[in-house]
Write a protein that binds this ligand. Structure first.
Ligand SMILES: [Ca+2]
Length: 178
C-alpha cells in the first residue's frame, strides 16, 4: 500500500493518514465523505494534520457525520484528539466559522454536566469551563435531559440531550499529541 514511500518519515511528520470513504445520506441524496481514522500526532513545528485548522496551539476539525455525544468523543479519540474544548472567544470564533463554512447549524463540543448537574466541565480535562458563551437562557437542562454542550452557527452554546446526533468538532494539540 505504501510501497516506495518512507512510512516512518510520514508518521514522524504527522502526515500519516488512514481513512475510508463512508456513504452518508442527506434526505435522498447520498454522498461519500472521507473519514480519517488515524493521524500521526501534530509535529513540533506546529503543523496540523491534513484537513485540520490551527488556532494558537490547537488544531480543530469539524466532522459532519452526525453522531451522538459519546460516539463523537470516541471518534475524536480515534483521531488522537478529544471533542473540542473552547477556551476563549478567539477559539469560539474559529469553531463557529467552521460551522458557517459547512451545512452544519450546530455541533457537539466537549462540554458536559454528566457528573454534577449544572456543573459543566470539559471532557479533555474534567475541569470547569472558565470561558463560556451560552445563549441567553441556556443551559436550561430542558426536561432534565440535557447534559451535553453544542455550539451553534451564531457562536452561542446550548445544552442538549447527549443522545442527539450532531456533527462535532474535535481538537488536538501539539504539546501532548492529544
Ligand atoms: Ca444538564
Amino acid at each position: 500500500m505504501f510501497e516506495g514511500l518512507d512510512t516512518r518519515n510520514m508518521i514522524r511528520l504527522g502526515l500519516f493518514t488512514i481513512g475510508c470513504f463512508l456513504p452518508i445520506a442527506f434526505g435522498n441524496v447520498y454522498r461519500e465523505f472521507f473519514v480519517p481514522l488515524a493521524f500521526g500526532s501534530v509535529d513540533p513545528s506546529g503543523r496540523c494534520p491534513d484537513g485540520w485548522t490551527r488556532f494558537g496551539s490547537k488544531c480543530f476539525v469539524l466532522i459532519q457525520d452526525k453522531q451522538n455525544w459519546p460516539e463523537a468523543q470516541m471518534t475524536c479519540d480515534v483521531l488522537r484528539g478529544n471533542l473540542a474544548s473552547i477556551s476563549n472567544a478567539g477559539e469560539n470564533g474559529v469553531v463557529s466559522k467552521m460551522l458557517l463554512a459547512s451545512t452544519a447549524d450546530k455541533a457537539w463540543i466537549g462540554l458536559h454536566d454528566l457528573v454534577t448537574e449544572g456543573h459543566f466541565v470539559w471532557t479533555k480535562t474534567n475541569r470547569a469551563a472558565n470561558y463560556t458563551n451560552w445563549k441567553r437562557g441556556e443551559p436550561n437542562n430542558l426536561n432534565g435531559k440535557q447534559h451535553c454542550g453544542a455550539v451553534r452557527r451564531d457562536q452561542e452554546w446550548s445544552d442538549r440531550p447527549c443522545s442527539d446526533r450532531l456533527p462535532f468538532v474535535c481538537e488536538t494539540t501539539d504539546s501532548h499529541g492529544r
